[in-house]
Design a protein around this ligand. Structure first.
Ligand SMILES: [Zn+2]
Length: 392
């Protein structure tokens, strides 16, 4: 057994301890102490980091036998007494998130009778999984009530009870544990069996902000941020909004409408552009056929695949003997091949052949086919099409 200093003194950052055992495992050292302030990963809360005798503590494991294993980078000696120090910024962040979770879970429980099935504290944010799906308005009400309790700055007490005593108490969630139970009591709001580290008054949580919710296993998974993490997320979002605002020049509240309008305008412009393209395509087709040769293989600057398709089909409609292969001048390039009704060239097979030979993809019908992703030089592609189409 390792005496857990954090059980009764969650604000202790430094401590002295005697090394009970050291095992070398894969270049690291597994160290057991007579007592520790290091929190081991358990109950949804990640482990503490810090130093032990000056060596870095990189993981802390809760063992089944009641002991705690510290994974340490430097070799320590059994029997020596050394100083431990936990990374307080990391620990305090965990305390804000964990106590915030108790308050938020209690809010859903008290307001709507919705139980929290599990809790996970991640690197950026935390989640609770609720037993049933909750609505946006329920989430808002729980968030409001939880923050009311934060701002009322209620005491958070640590208590111990036997399993029998606890059975008679109004615990939010019955505990499956036997023996002595550690209870976290948020005054007149929540009583839960928990081995985690907590702030001593709810005010230290700062704020509880819900970042999002999604359906999960028949219930809801609610993502939230407390205290410093909420501020950090606010900064990130403020930066992102400011970047968007530079382009849109409207306040955040109007951004969605502004983007929707831009998209509508974009679609309308596209329609106008397509109309002009169709008209221009007919002229381009005449120019291509003016050379007199039924086989036309060229790259056309300023046209996309859709425009090339309009030109090629206009040309083959005007001259049933024509075979028209048009490349974009983009990189990678795209190709459209069309053939008139008198021609026996298989446009689809031609595009597939190009893709097989030069990389890229595409295909289509014998009279009209399309391909893209060609990185070979346009001259090389044109020569290949001329050789294949001219020979058939
Ligand atoms: Zn807890």
């Amino acid at each position: 057994m390792t005496t857990r200093i954090y059980y009764t003194e969650p604000y202790r950052r430094t401590f002295d301890a005697t090394v009970l055992s050291v095992d070398a495992v894969d270049g690291r050292f597994h160290v057991t102490l007579d007592q520790t302030a290091f929190y081991p990963t358990s109950g949804g809360q990640p482990f503490d980091t810090g130093t032990l005798g000056g060596a870095a503590v990189t993981d802390v494991i809760d063992r089944e036998d009641g002991g705690i294993t510290h994974i340490v980078s430097g070799n320590l000696k059994a029997g020596e007494v050394l100083a431990g120090e936990i990374d307080w910024a990391r620990r305090f962040d965990h305390m804000q998130q964990h106590t915030g979770q108790h308050v938020l879970s209690a809010a859903f429980d008290r307001l709507f009778g919705v139980r929290t099935e599990s809790f996970h504290m991640g690197q950026q944010s935390s989640t609770i999984d609720l037993a049933r799906e909750v609505s946006a308005s329920e989430i808002a009400k729980a968030e409001d009530d939880a923050n009311r309790v934060v701002w009322e700055d209620r005491p958070v007490a640590i208590k111990f009870a036997t399993a029998e005593e606890a059975a008679a108490m109004p615990l939010r969630k019955e505990s499956g544990r036997t023996g002595a139970l550690r209870l976290i009591d948020i005054e007149d709001y929540d009583l839960s069996a928990c081995g985690g580290t907590h702030v001593e008054r709810t005010g230290a949580i700062g704020v509880i902000a819900i970042a999002g919710a999604e359906k999960f296993k028949g219930g809801s998974r609610v993502e939230f941020l407390c205290g410093g993490r909420a501020l950090e997320r606010f900064r990130t979002w403020r930066g992102a909004l400011a970047a968007v605002q530079k382009h849109l020049s409207v306040p955040p509240i109007d951004m969605a409408a502004s983007i929707e309008k831009m998209q509508d305008d974009g679609k309308a412009s596209q329609r106008v552009l397509r109309g002009f393209q169709e008209k221009l395509a007919a002229h381009e087709a005449q120019a291509l056929l003016a050379t007199g040769s039924p086989l036309v293989v060229v790259a056309l600057d300023g046209w996309d695949a859709q425009g090339l398709k309009a030109i090629a089909t206009a040309a083959t409609a005007a001259n049933p003997d024509a075979v028209i292969a048009l490349f974009t001048t983009t990189s990678p390039s795209q190709v459209v091949i069309a053939r008139g009704s008198n021609s026996h060239v298989d446009a689809g097979a031609l595009v597939k052949e190009l893709a097989a030979r030069f990389g890229g993809k595409g295909g289509g019908k014998p009279d009209l086919a399309q391909g893209g992703g060609f990185t070979a030089a346009t001259a090389e592609l044109i020569a290949a099409v001329k050789a294949a189409a001219g020979g058939s």
